[in-house]
Design a protein around this ligand. Structure first.
Ligand code: ADP
Ligand code: MG
Length: 238
């Protein structure tokens, strides 16, 4: 359950090849981090996996099955973005339950799922509040709540903490790592922050100009960076 395989995946926008060809294996239950400078294709790659963009070539397997042509909602994934667009007029309860309401789940079941998610995310006391009456960290947790109610096998995070201040970022890093463990899910986490990558990842994928420079554990990359780009990015002494 929850493994993700990219085979020769490419993406071209008009004439521009943003991702020439990527092969990658993310194992079930792994916390993978895509790291690399701004514009290197991290978000594009995540959006291809989510099905929010069509691939120009190659195949995407989820859980061993070809998902290349599946709609986003059929992929068993949930995505958490940097700008967590919560509905301002709705309570936290309604925001978290929204995807289930769209899926026509009955109200009692929605309430049960929302309360379960709120408990995991320490939002139980805030369910009847509006987003404007929450802190930045609480809002981000509501956005994560909206992703976990559907019990996805895999989470995709696109720089979810970049709008938060430094202290809160450290807290949320821990919370997301814990959540990943608790839910026993596969996670892909995009960031341009090497500290986040080094502290959160089981597997780091270093990207540069749409290509993979190196894949490995934080320790592998720190000890044996394959080239100067990786060394510079990981901040090792080499
Ligand atoms: P990152 O998330 O690593 O900052 P992106 O995946 O957002 O990088 O972008 C990679 C490259 O693809 C950039 O050069 C960007 O301008 C380009 N790009 C992304 N989306 C589109 C699009 N919809 N149309 C044209 N070019 C795009
Ligand atoms: Mg991006």
């Amino acid at each position: 359950m929850g493994s993700i395989t990219l085979q020769n995946v490419s993406k071209t926008f008009g004439e521009v090849s943003v991702i020439p060809s990527i092969d990658l294996e993310i194992n079930d239950g792994e916390f993978a981090v895509f790291v690399g400078p701004s514009g290197c294709g991290k978000s594009t790659l995540l959006r291809l996996i989510a099905g929010l963009e069509d691939t120009s070539g190659g195949r995407i397997l989820i859980d061993g099955k070809d998902a290349t042509d599946l709609a986003p909602s059929q992929r068993g994934l949930a995505m958490v973005f940097q700008s967590y667009a919560l509905y301002p007029h709705m309570s936290v309860r309604s925001n978290i339950g929204f995807p289930l309401k769209m899926a026509k789940m009955n109200k009692a079941e929605i309430d049960r799922k929302v309360e379960e998610a709120a408990k995991i995310l320490n939002l139980t006391d805030y369910l009847e509040r509006k987003p404007r009456n929450l802190s930045g960290g609480q809002r981000q947790r509501v956005a994560i709540g909206r992703a976990i109610v559907r019990s996805p096998e895999c989470f995709l995070f696109d720089e979810p903490l970049s709008n938060l201040d430094a202290a809160l970022r450290v807290n949320m890093r821990l919370e997301i790592s814990e959540l990943h463990q608790k839910l026993n899910a596969t996670s892909i986490y995009v960031t341009h922050d090497q500290v986040e990558a080094m502290t959160m990842a089981d597997k780091i994928v270093v990207l540069n100009k749409g290509r993979i420079e190196q894949v490995g554990s934080p320790l592998d990359l720190y000890r044996s960076p394959r080239n100067l780009f990786v060394a510079g990015f990981i901040g090792s002494p080499k």
